[in-house]
Design a protein around this ligand. Structure first.
Ligand SMILES: CC(C)(COP(=O)(O)OP(=O)(O)OC[C@H]1O[C@@H](n2cnc3c(N)ncnc32)[C@H](O)[C@@H]1OP(=O)(O)O)[C@@H](O)C(=O)NCCC(=O)NCCS
Length: 381
């Protein structure tokens, strides 16, 4: 057995080999299967990127036609799932709903597949495709509106906006939404992806793995920073007030959400792309308020950090909330959107784990006692 040192939170521990994603934090680069994130958003759709993550290569025309048709045919959700969404407790979080829906899907899809052949999660693709329908339908039901049948002609991102609002988005909005999903589709061995791989390593179903990953993403240390960024933007309200707000936050030793990253020590490439989308949408709407508030926050924050010799840049969450706001998406859907994008990456990791599996079994450093004697109950303190 390998002789390894204790590392709290497994920080720095290499637990598997993977060729899916490289986060090059020193140089601010991100690659999916060797392709840079900038090239992927510029040239590919989310459906193409999903194919890339699952099969390790970009599809040719024939493969893409088949895959796209297959993904689009899986968009509709059945009445039992609609019923589940309708009846879900009103004050529950949509992430809890997503987690339950995926586990429920396992009950009536995965078993059939396991019985017919070895488990092949690529086939139904429900986790990736239907999560978008579930999120949009959740919002519609919550706001007293009816179910919208998914489109078979729109991209995955544009169809999500269509199902949410009932109106087809214009080309710019549809393509920005699709690109936002690409930007969030994968990011290496983070907590939720690791969770998916641990579950997959027991040869549990893909649905159990994705459902568990959604549970991990729900935690406030993982998903959710963009919600807090938008709360900050709303609180600041005016670009001129941003410097004072940031200075006060830093003086009070509070974190400025959306700034900094554990891995990126150079600009997060996803943030650079996101910023350009925010600029485009602000231009289209003729309203640069969110953009200007965020840029003013960034300027003051970076000046303060540079005084201390710490170059810290915006991460992807810094601009994504404002992009979603301008696309008409409410804050409560931000983390579910992260999940519906990341499902592609989780599934890719589940497949990679299965292809060369070893069940995860780390150890804990035991710091408890031994050989204690059991006192009769009436003598216990
Ligand atoms: C992501 C994060 C946890 C990384 O923290 P980290 O690994 O400690 O980052 P660094 O080592 O680069 O931090 C260096 C210093 O800058 C400070 N710093 C980093 N990000 C900061 C932020 N957003 N606000 C205030 N101070 C920050 C750290 O506290 C640390 O200060 P110290 O040297 O006095 O202890 C941190 O940047 C953060 O909390 N950001 C805000 C939350 C967020 O946006 N999360 C989403 C990430 S995708």
């Amino acid at each position: 057995m390998a002789n390894v040192e204790y590392s709290k939170g497994l920080e720095g521990v290499i637990a598997a080999e993977s060729s899916i994603c490289k986060v090059d934090g020193e140089n601010g680069k991100l690659y999916y299967e060797g392709y840079s994130i900038e090239d992927l958003v510029a040239q590919c759709s989310f459906e193409e990127v999903t194919y890339l993550l699952l099969y390790g290569e970009l599809p040719n025309e024939r493969e893409y036609t088949w895959f796209q048709k297959h993904m689009r045919a899986s968009r509709d959700i059945s009445e039992p799932i609609r019923h589940m969404i309708r009846e879900f407790p009103d004050d529950a979080h949509p992430m809890e709903l997503l987690q339950s829906v995926v586990a429920y899907l396992s009950g009536y899809v995965e078993h059939k597949i396991q019985h017919s052949a070895h488990c092949n999660c690529r086939d139904p693709l429900h986790q990736v495709v239907q999560l978008a329908t579930v999120v949009a339908t959740y919002e519609r039901f919550k706001t007293g509106r009816s179910y919208i049948e998914p489109s078979k002609t729109l991209s995955h991102g544009a169809n999500f906006l269509y199902m949410l609002t009932g109106e087809e988005p214009d080309e710019l909005e549809g393509s920005i939404m699709d690109d936002c999903l690409i930007l969030h589709a994968e990011h290496g061995f983070n907590a939720s992806t690791f969770t998916a791989r641990v579950v997959a390593s027991t040869i549990s179903t893909c649905y159990s793995a994705i459902s568990a990953a959604i549970g991990a993403l729900f935690g406030s240390l993982h998903g959710g920073a963009n919600e807090k960024v938008m709360q900050m933007v709303d609180e600041i309200g005016d670009p001129a007030k941003a410097p004072a707000w940031v200075n006060r936050a830093l003086d009070e030793k509070r974190k400025v959400m959306g700034m900094g990253h554990r891995v990126y020590k150079a600009p997060d490439p996803r943030a650079t792309v996101m910023e350009s989308y925010l600029h485009k949408l602000s231009e289209k709407n003729g309203d640069f308020r969110y953009y200007e508030i965020l840029k003013a926050v960034e300027r003051t924050f970076r000046e303060r950090m540079e005084e201390k010799g710490k170059p810290i840049y915006p991460n992807v969450d810094f601009f994504s909330g404002a992009v979603y706001r301008l696309l008409g998406i409410p804050i409560r859907l931000y983390t579910p959107i992260f999940a519906m994008a990341r499902a592609s990456g989780w599934l890719a990791h589940v497949l990679e784990q299965r292809a060369d599996n070893r069940i995860y079994r780390p150890k804990a450093l035991y710091v408890g006692e031994r050989d204690k004697s059991i006192l009769p109950m009436n003598e216990r303190p």
